[in-house]
Design a protein. Structure first.
Length: 224
């Protein structure tokens, strides 16, 4: 890049796209990042307002499947082109093969394994989600990541929030969870988002719309 942007400038650029930087790090000897990458940025929904914003975009009004993935590919892909210098846009969908976003999230230092096994993020809590990543060939200075939010969460309500105990620190009973969503008792999770994710105190401050959670739960439920 002719003028390497600062982290603050990249944060501001993400916000104009209704995105937020959910993690950043300098990869070393990672075979899953493009060759020559000096800085990786993970991008998630910018809240509040993400869902209201994307609902007005062409991807959500053209009647074609996978609107959120298509929006992510267009917006983040164009941003990578704008940054130039062979910046690459990477996505958690479109596989196989699948990009290792779960490992990358932990590599960034801003996502941690929660008491129920799901990843927890310092800003999004258990509502953590990623829309894509930017692989930069420039090395930029990065702020230190915040501490693990679970370490200061005294009650850890996520541990007891699942109505069917499908989540545990070392296992997630996906078939049981999907079966529960087929019942009348499962309508709350299906329509408002996973009860465990909603119980997280950090999640409560994140501002994610219930309609967005319902969108993701519906996708999860119908996926084989």
């Amino acid at each position: 890049m002719a003028d390497t942007p600062s982290y603050a400038a990249l944060e501001a650029a993400a916000a104009t796209r209704q995105l937020a930087i959910f993690g950043a790090w300098h990869p070393a000897n990672d075979p899953d990042v493009p060759e020559g990458t000096q800085t990786m940025l993970l991008l998630g929904p910018g809240e509040p307002g993400f869902w209201a914003h994307v609902q007005t975009t062409p991807e959500f009004t053209d009647g074609t499947p996978d609107p959120l993935d298509r929006w992510s590919r267009r917006v983040i892909g164009q941003w990578a082109c704008d940054l130039g210098d062979r910046t690459k846009a990477l996505f958690p969908f479109g596989g196989p093969p699948w990009r290792p976003f779960i490992r990358w999230a932990q590599d960034s230092g801003r996502a941690h394994v929660s008491p129920v096994g799901l990843l927890v993020h310092d800003a999004a809590g258990l509502m953590i989600s990623y829309r894509g990543a930017l692989a930069l060939r420039a090395r930029i200075d990065l702020p230190p990541p915040p501490s693990n939010p679970c370490e200061r969460c005294t009650h850890q309500p996520c541990r007891i929030a699942c109505p069917i105990s499908a989540l545990a620190p070392t296992a997630y009973d996906v078939p049981l969870c999907k079966s529960f969503l087929d019942t009348s008792a499962g309508l709350d999770c299906h329509g408002r988002g996973c009860a465990v994710r909603r119980a997280c105190p950090i999640s409560k401050t994140y501002g994610r719309a219930e309609a967005q959670s319902a969108f993701h739960m519906n996708s999860f439920h119908r996926r084989p």
